[in-house]
Design a protein around this ligand. Structure first.
Ligand SMILES: NC(=O)C1=CN([C@@H]2O[C@H](COP(=O)(O)OP(=O)(O)OC[C@H]3O[C@@H](n4cnc5c(N)ncnc54)[C@H](O)[C@@H]3O)[C@@H](O)[C@H]2O)[C@H](O)CC1
Ligand SMILES: [K+]
Length: 431
């Protein structure tokens, strides 16, 4: 069953896979006796693809999307997905080599009209259409995601031009080390284009997508998919079809338009570690008074529009020396037991942090206002901090070390200052 996060924990070997014939039959039933129009199905399919992409690849990191769209309905899914991705905040581009399309059903809506409707909508959004000949030879540093919407379950034989060349370009991406950011993610719609619909990548030289979004139900070739993200989309399958084809499919969570098949891939925690590349924090730049430095950095954090720049983490520890960092009044009790405390301002967006460690002296509530304003500026930070965290009574730093450090790598200059009410001598050390 799908867990709360919307990921199905149903393993991929306990679900149904369709043959090419079954997939085509289901399409016919959906658009025949069941009354769906092809553009309704395409709209839901395209939305599923966009939803699956948005679930894994955030637009803040993967914004530039190239949708390569084929002549059939798989291509139509790609056009629709691109439109939804635009509205989700991505920057889509379309490569759509064959605008002319064979009429889908004589007398009914032809793909040409369908796709043209999608084309008009995309052009009205300013989504650029890039001719094949204008595509960069190496897609690596130009796009973050490539949506493979060239062929679906009606593909057969070997890809004819210009799709043979386009598939070759995607192939070359698949050889890149995916941990290198510049290699785009490949997302295949329904079938990795060029694969045999049932037997998969029979040549071993097919594209290797990172994500596959199977529509209606996975096709047999999906058994050979070994990328990290397999999703099911096309949330329109009525019980009559589930029954007729004995479909075992993961339930869609809530109102989601897609559901993950199989487990969420393990994340390599060490790969999450960022190399900070912010400008080095050099001693000669630092304000003589650490509190001026704090004030300068605090103003930068406010100007940078960081969320709650005055938010800080105050860690205390009780008599037993164990630290607790929750915001309950227990903190106040611990501070009275053990006045040693440290607080941290971490400004992620600027790769900076300020750590303040010291002893907190408790003052009675009514004194706190005068006390707060009468203190030398230095200790006001602590009073500010203790006020902020609702210690119960405003406290003030009696003796503290203030450490301003930039978390850039490899050398972090640390500005430490010990100060008491009177002596605010600063000393520097570099580590
Ligand atoms: N109910 C569903 O499953 C839905 C599926 N949808 C999508 O529709 C495709 C199937 O669409 P269809 O138009 O039948 O076929 P394709 O898109 O796969 O493309 C056929 C198109 O490609 C040409 N072609 C075939 N082989 C080759 C080749 N070797 N070289 C070049 N060109 C080739 C062929 O002539 C046709 O013009 C399905 O996969 C889903 O993505 C619906 O959108 C939603 C409902
Ligand atoms: K495809």
């Amino acid at each position: 069953m799908a867990n709360r996060a919307g990921f199905s924990t149903q393993s991929s070997d306990s679900i149904s896979y369709l043959s090419q014939r079954e997939a085509a039959e289901i399409d016919e039933i959906l658009m025949g006796p069941l009354g769906f129009s092809v553009d309704q199905l395409m709209e839901l399919a395209g939305l599923s693809v966009a939803a699956a992409i948005a679930e894994v690849y955030r637009p803040s990191e993967y914004s530039r999307v190239l949708a390569i769209c084929g002549p059939g309905n798989n291509g139509g899914d790609g056009l629709v997905a691109a439109r939804h991705l635009h509205h989700f905040g991505y920057t889509p581009f379309i490569c759509y080599p064959k605008r002319t399309a064979k009429p889908l059903y004589t007398g009914l809506v032809t793909q040409k009209c369908l796709h043209i409707a999608d084309i008009i909508q995309l052009e009205s959004l300013g989504v650029p259409f890039v001719p094949v000949e204008d595509l960069p030879a190496d897609l690596s540093n130009v796009f973050d995601i490539v949506v493979d919407a060239m062929f679906g379950f009606s593909f057969s034989g070997t890809p004819r031009p210009p799709f043979d060349e386009l598939i070759r370009r995607l192939l070359s991406l698949g050889n890149h080390d995916k941990t290198q950011k510049e290699s785009p993610i490949i997302v295949s719609v329904d079938i990795p284009s060029g694969w045999h619909v049932e037997e998969g990548d029979t040549t071993g030289e097919g594209i290797k997508p990172d994500m596959l979004v199977s529509l209606t139900a996975p096709k047999l070739c999906a058994k050979k998919f070994c990328g990290p993200h397999h999703f099911l989309g096309g949330r329109f399958v009525p019980p009559s079809i589930v029954h007729k084809y004995k479909l075992q499919l993961p339930p869609y969570p809530g109102s989601s338009m897609c559901v993950r098949i199989g487990k969420v891939p393990k994340i390599d925690i060490s790969a999450l570690r960022e190399n900070y590349i912010s400008p080095e924090f050099r001693e000669e730049e630092v304000e003589a008074d650490p509190f001026d430095q704090f004030r300068k950095w605090f103003d930068d954090a406010v100007a940078a529009g960081l969320k709650e720049p005055n938010a800080m983490a105050l860690s205390t520890s009780g008599k037993d020396g164990k630290p607790y960092t929750n915001y309950e009044s227990r903190k106040a009790r611990e501070l009275s037991e053990n006045p040693c405390a440290s607080l941290l301002f971490y400004w992620d967006g600027l790769n900076r942090q300020v750590r303040v460690e010291g002893f907190v002296q408790k003052v009675s509530g009514e004194e706190s206002e005068q006390y707060f304003h009468s203190r030398p500026r230095g200790s006001q930070i602590g009073a500010l901090a203790s006020k902020q965290i609702g210690v119960g009574q405003s406290g003030s730093l009696k003796e503290a070390w203030l450490t301003c450090c930039s978390v850039n790598h490899p050398r972090t200059i640390v500005h430490e200052q010990s100060f008491t009410e009177t002596d605010q001598s600063a000393k520097w050390c570099a580590s």
